[in-house]
Design a protein around this ligand. Structure first.
Ligand code: CP3
Length: 345
């Protein structure tokens, strides 16, 4: 038996009988122990910046389910906050930020070297986790990809169609590109510190990549991802990277080759058989069970888990959901997914 962690073996291209498994948003409100720790912290952001409690909620799903990977507990919007944007969360609605849409507002952001003052507690969380995780569990660090982070900074909130960011791109491309550039540089420094603190893999969440088309997809989803990966791999040779250009559709094809990513994460709008043929031929893929099954469970959950496992059985695969687990999910369905995946084949 290899001593190396299963997740890292899959990222190197190894094909396994039972793929490694973890879950986007595995530390979250569907777990009573998370809700208890979050209440102790006071609010979500206080939890993100409290290394002991952030490490505790990261460990909770590992203890309960024995996932093959833990993902650092933090948020993609901590980077805008570290750059000087105001950030707060409205209960039941989501994040709010002060907006950056003019050259003046962009110029007022902090220089990239200063982000670590705000983000230092996150690096401490990573150090605690590197010490405390079971030896078979891989530790994933993460950041938002520049386009997705920019959509929140420009609109000041989540938007269904990323309209404000598309408008700035059309009306003041120089400011839009300068903002993306600033986020890209901050992301490199942020992920670099996470790796130095003990993250063994990093993941880039480009949740809104699907709203970029044609040349825009190449310029604002693919290119920034490629730049971040090239710089991280130069500074930290061999560090594996998972890219998640969510809802990229046909643009998933060739994405890992073009960006240097070791694995591309697939959302659940992608057919697994199609992705096995067109995307997995280039290397490891992650995904892509619909998160709704964690709410509804039953035979459909069992059938879908088997179908996705079998579709990707011919190549390297990390089993995951196609997007984050939702607060109304039932923890027993998570256990059912894991048991189904690990059953004798
Ligand atoms: O378990 C994990 O996956 C690690 C932690 C993590 C969080 N957010 C914690 C969180 C990760 C990896 C993220 C990524 C993130 N954050 C993304 C990209 C992935 C995706 O879902 O598309 C985005 C777009 C955000 C921004 C964000 N954070 C939004 C839009 C919201 C509000 C929506 C919601 O689910 O409430 C958050 C809050 C947030 N981030 C929560 C958690 C556990 C819920 C906060 C709470 O406890 O009230």
């Amino acid at each position: 038996m290899s001593e190396e962690k299963k997740l890292l073996r899959a990222l190197r291209g190894e094909v396994m009988d039972v793929p490694p498994v973890w879950m986007m948003r595995q530390a979250g409100r569907y777990l009573p122990e998370y809700r208890e720790t979050r209440a102790k912290a006071g609010d979500f952001l206080s939890l993100c910046y409290n290394p002991e409690l952030a490490a505790e909620v990261t460990l909770q799903p590992i203890r309960r389910f024995g996932f093959d990977a833990a993902i650092l507990f933090a948020d993609i919007l901590l980077v805008p906050q570290a750059l000087g944007a105001d950030l707060w969360f409205v209960a039941g609605e989501g994040p709010r930020l002060s907006t950056i849409t003019t050259p003046g507002e962009l110029a007022a952001l902090k220089p990239v070297e200063e982000i670590h003052e705000t983000l230092a507690p996150v690096y401490e969380t990573v150090r605690i986790l590197a010490r405390e995780l079971p030896q078979e569990t891989a530790l994933i660090g993460f950041a938002g990809a520049p386009w997705t982070v920019a959509t929140y900074m420009i609109a000041g909130r989540g938007t269904p169609d990323q309209g404000p960011a598309h408008r700035l791109k059309a009306e003041d491309r120089a400011t839009f590109e300068a903002l993306l550039g600033r986020i890209t540089e901050a992301t490199i420094e942020y992920l670099s510190r996470q790796i130095e603190a003990g993250a063994e893999v990093v993941k880039l969440f480009d949740s809104w990549a699907g709203s970029l088309r044609g040349d825009d997809f190449r310029a604002y989803a693919l290119e920034p991802t490629k730049r971040i990966i090239a710089e991280l791999k130069q500074r930290h040779p061999g560090i594996p990277v998972i890219a998640f250009p969510r809802e990229a559709g046909e643009n998933y094809i060739g994405f890992s080759r073009a960006t240097g990513a070791d694995c591309v994460a697939l959302d659940n709008s992608v057919d697994a058989e199609w992705a096995a043929r067109h995307v997995q031929k280039d290397g490891c893929v992650q995904g892509n069970l619909a998160p709704g099954h964690m709410v509804t469970g039953g035979q459909a959950l069992i059938d879908e888990t088997r179908r996705i496992r079998d579709a990707f059985a011919g190549g390297p695969h990390i089993f995951n959901l196609g997007h984050g687990i939702t607060p109304d999910a039932d923890p027993e369905n998570v256990q059912l997914m894991i048991d189904t995946l690990r059953e004798a084949r």
